[in-house]
Design a binder for this molecule. Structure first.
Ligand SMILES: Nc1nc2c(c(=O)[nH]1)N[C@H]1C(S)=C(S)[C@@H](COP(=O)(O)O)O[C@H]1N2
Ligand SMILES: [Mo]
Length: 257
C-alpha cells in the first residue's frame, strides 16, 4: 500500500465503465442497484468479501425520504462553520478545483478523486431529516455519489471493517473525524454529498463534501471530508472511540435514530 494514489479522471472512469454518458441522477432506493453499469461494477469489484456481503443482507432498511414540499425553509449550521485552516481556505477560494479526496488504508488501489470525477459519477438525490442531539431537526435535500461505489473503485482488502472520515476542521487540538462500519458504508442512502438543496455545498454546511449516513444522528454527518481511511479497527486512532464526539463526550458510536 505504498503505491501512490491514482488520480481518477472523468475519462478514466468512463473508460472503466463506471459512468453512464454524462453521469446520471438517480433517486429512489434501489435504482442504482438496478443500474447495469453499477451492478457490474459491484459484481466485478474484487473489493468485497463474502462475510461482509452476508452481514449486509437484511440490514438495508431505508431511512424515510421526504417530498420537496417538506424541506425546511432554514437548515441550521451546527458545530464548526469553517475549518479556518489556510490550506482549506485556498481550496475554497478556487472552488476546490485542485483539491482531491483521498481514499487509503486497507484498499487495493489508493485513490485521489478530484471534484470533476466525483461530479461525473452516478449521483443519488435524497430528501431526509437530520436530527441533532442538541434537540433540533431539519429536512434537506442531498446529492452526491454513493460511498459504496467509491469504495468499490478503490477495492477493499479483506481486513477492512470501518471507513474513517478525516475532516479539515478541529476543536482545539482535536481533529474532527467520524467512522462507520461497512454495512452503513454500502447502504444505498450513504452518500458523499456535494450538493445541498440544489446548490453546491456551502462552507458552513461542509464544502466540498460531507457524509450523509441517513440512519444515524447529526454528529455522524461529517462535514469537510478530506480523506477516507479504511481500517480493521478503531483502536489507536485519536481517543479510540471512532469519532470526535465519541472521544470527547462519550456519544454513542452507533448513533441510530
Ligand atoms: N467536520 C465536522 N462535521 C460535523 C460537525 C463539525 O463540527 N465538524 N458537527 C456535526 C453536528 S453535531 C451536526 S448536528 C452536523 C451539523 O451540520 P450542519 O452544520 O450542516 O447543520 O454536522 C456534524 N458534522
Ligand atoms: Mo449535532
Amino acid at each position: 500500500m505504498n503505491e501512490a494514489p491514482r488520480i481518477l479522471t472523468r475519462r478514466r472512469l468512463l473508460g472503466a465503465g463506471a459512468l453512464g454518458a454524462g453521469g446520471l441522477i438517480l433517486s429512489g432506493c434501489d435504482k442504482l442497484n438496478a443500474n447495469p453499469t453499477f451492478r457490474s461494477l459491484l459484481l466485478e469489484a474484487d473489493s468485497w468479501h463474502q462475510g461482509a456481503q452476508r452481514a449486509i443482507g437484511g440490514k438495508q432498511a431505508l431511512a424515510r425520504e421526504y417530498a420537496v414540499a417538506d424541506m425546511s425553509p432554514e437548515f441550521r449550521v451546527n458545530g464548526n462553520a469553517d475549518p479556518g485552516d489556510p490550506a482549506y481556505a485556498r481550496h475554497a477560494a478556487e472552488a476546490f478545483a485542485s483539491w482531491t479526496l483521498s481514499i487509503d488504508g486497507l484498499v487495493k488501489r489508493p485513490l485521489a478523486l478530484p471534484m470533476s470525477a466525483l461530479q461525473a459519477m452516478p449521483q443519488r438525490e435524497q430528501i431526509t431529516r437530520h436530527d441533532c442531539v442538541e434537540g433540533w431537526s431539519a429536512i434537506g435535500q442531498w446529492q452526491g455519489p454513493q460511498l459504496g461505489q467509491i469504495l468499490s473503485l478503490a477495492g477493499l482488502l479483506p481486513a477492512a471493517r470501518y471507513a474513517v472520515f478525516h475532516c479539515a476542521d478541529r476543536f482545539g487540538a482535536a481533529p474532527y473525524y467520524e467512522s462507520i462500519d461497512l454495512v452503513d458504508a454500502f447502504h444505498p442512502q450513504t452518500i458523499l454529498a456535494l450538493r445541498m438543496n440544489g446548490q453546491p455545498l456551502t462552507v458552513a454546511h461542509g464544502a466540498p463534501l460531507r457524509l450523509r449516513v441517513e440512519r444515524q444522528l447529526g454528529y455522524k454527518q461529517a462535514k469537510y471530508v478530506m480523506r477516507i481511511e479504511l481500517r480493521d479497527s478503531l483502536a489507536g486512532l485519536y481517543g479510540g472511540k471512532g469519532g470526535y464526539w465519541e472521544d470527547a463526550r462519550d456519544y454513542q458510536w452507533y448513533a441510530g435514530i
